[in-house]
Design a protein around this ligand. Structure first.
Ligand code: ADP
Ligand code: MG
Length: 438
């Protein structure tokens, strides 16, 4: 196994790595660090939690070496505020034995402190695209010294919501520069777009098949309705020794809020936090800090709010429902089993989610074992409204796959029925799969 000493880094970095307790590079670090030190453009793809941040920060810090001038020489673009703060923290840790200066700028907060930070003179700038452009156009950022551009979560940065800002930024920074793209997944479209501005990039593909983290055990429950999902969740997370740090992913803000409130009532407000896009910036930051430290055990969130967040030591990820964007499944379960640790991912599948489960299994090219609802979980009757909504959704899914399909709304096929009305299958003890249960 390689160690960081095998790279042409320097003492300042070895000491910082030592303080962090990082000994062995992760696979993406092993490949990316020498390529970046060699001055090449890099496109690095590896699943969430595999250490992409240090994969580019270490060589960049080595190349920049010491404070010089006042204008940034490296620009790191990131899609979310939380992620920019996390990168800021890693920068703080890794530059601690150097005199390199950095600033972190993002929207949703006043500009005063950010401008003040820029004016002190910096070497590395971490920015969200929108805030970068705002402060650039207002004359607070001089871009002509930028020699290295990093796109962290590159796939997000190139999606529709950021595309035009991203193109404007490319126009205002020097064209002669090193480009570094990192992402957990890389669609063909993104590959094509990046082809336009990358120079013979070194492609590092640690997870070419969208394989999910091997250190994560996965399983799913077929659950007939929302109320039963809540009962099951309650039952499973009861033991704080096993379910030490839990994230519950929900499809929408509304679901996240209502589950969060329910769990707050049951477990006390001090043990539960909810984050989603509607929360203020400060609330989101405080939530993340509380969850990173061991102050809270249960975090309820949506895919959007959780993208790219580095949350260490999560024991269990629950998918309260299947994600709308299937790639998000990989992102979600990547929250657990991070860098050399193991974790568990448990998905709740309603009759209307089964269609999505099939697609997800196909995407990850892996089977996900089914688990049986423990006997002491109360299985609620599906209410009329909820059943109708699910049947409508199932009809829609069938129509999507087969435009000829006329709709079998009232069809009483076994596969159309919620699981509580089907012929029971054989039971597998939950404990076998995910450790002890009470
Ligand atoms: P990614 O960007 O790929 O999702 P991160 O850069 O956020 O991953 O890193 C995930 C976690 O792994 C962080 O907590 C980080 O401190 C830790 N980590 C990164 N590299 C190493 C390493 N070489 N050894 C041990 N832990 C590491
Ligand atoms: Mg990352």
């Amino acid at each position: 196994m390689k160690t960081f000493r095998d790279f042409k880094l320097n003492r300042q970095l070895f000491d910082a790595l030592n303080d962090l307790g990082f000994e062995h590079p992760t696979p993406i670090q092993e490949k990316a660090i020498p390529a970046i030190l060699g001055g090449q453009d890099v496109m690095g793809v590896s699943q969430t939690g595999t250490g992409k941040t240090a994969a580019y920060l270490l060589p960049i810090i080595r190349i920049l070496n010491y404070a010089q001038g006042n204008e940034p020489r490296c620009l790191i673009l990131v899609p979310t505020r939380e992620l920019s703060i996390q990168i800021g923290n890693t920068l703080r840790d890794l530059t601690k034995y150097t005199d390199l200066r950095y600033a972190v700028i993002f929207g949703g907060q006043g500009t005063k402190d950010q401008i003040a930070a820029l004016e002190k003179g910096i070497d590395i700038l971490v920015a969200s695209p929108g805030r970068f452009l705002d402060l650039y156009l207002a004359g607070h950022i001089i871009s002509k010294k930028i020699k290295h551009l990093v796109l962290d979560e590159a796939e997000r940065l190139m999606d529709k919501s950021f595309m035009s800002q991203f193109h404007r930024i490319l126009e205002v920074i020097p064209s002669k520069r090193q480009n570094l793209l990192f992402s957990a997944t890389m669609s063909d479209l993104v590959r094509k777009i990046s082809g336009d501005f990358l120079d013979f990039p070194v492609e590092i593909d640690i997870a070419p098949d969208m394989k999910t983290a091997e250190s994560v055990s996965q399983g799913y429950y077929l659950v007939p309705n929302l109320k039963t999902k809540l009962n099951l969740l309650e039952h499973l997370i009861e033991d704080p020794e096993v379910y030490k740090k839990v994230i519950v992913f929900c499809k929408t803000k509304a679901i996240a809020s209502s589950i969060g409130k329910y769990l707050e009532r049951r477990h006390g407000e001090e043990n539960v936090r909810i984050i989603h896009g509607n929360k203020t910036q400060q609330t989101r930051i405080n939530t993340m800090l509380a969850f990173r430290g061991d102050d809270i055990r249960l975090l309820i969130t949506t895919d959007l709010a959780a993208r790219g967040l580095d949350i260490p030591d999560v024991s269990h990820v629950f998918n309260f429902d299947t994600p709308i964007v299937y790639e998000d499944y990989v992102h979600r379960i990547g929250r657990t089993g991070r860098a050399f640790k193991t974790g568990h991912s448990i998905t709740f599948v309603s009759p209307a989610d089964e269609y999505h489960l099939v697609k997800i299994k196909k995407l990850i090219r892996q089977d996900i074992p089914e688990l049986q609802i423990p006997d002491d979980v109360f299985v609620e009757k599906t209410e009329y409204e909820e059943r109708q909504a699910m049947l409508r959704e199932i009809d829609m899914q069938k129509r999507k796959d087969n435009p000829e399909f006329k709709g079998a709304f009232h069809e009483k096929k076994e596969s159309n029925l919620p699981p509580d009305q089907r012929t029971p299958k054989k039971k597998v003890a939950f404990g076998k799969k995910f450790g002890k249960r009470r």
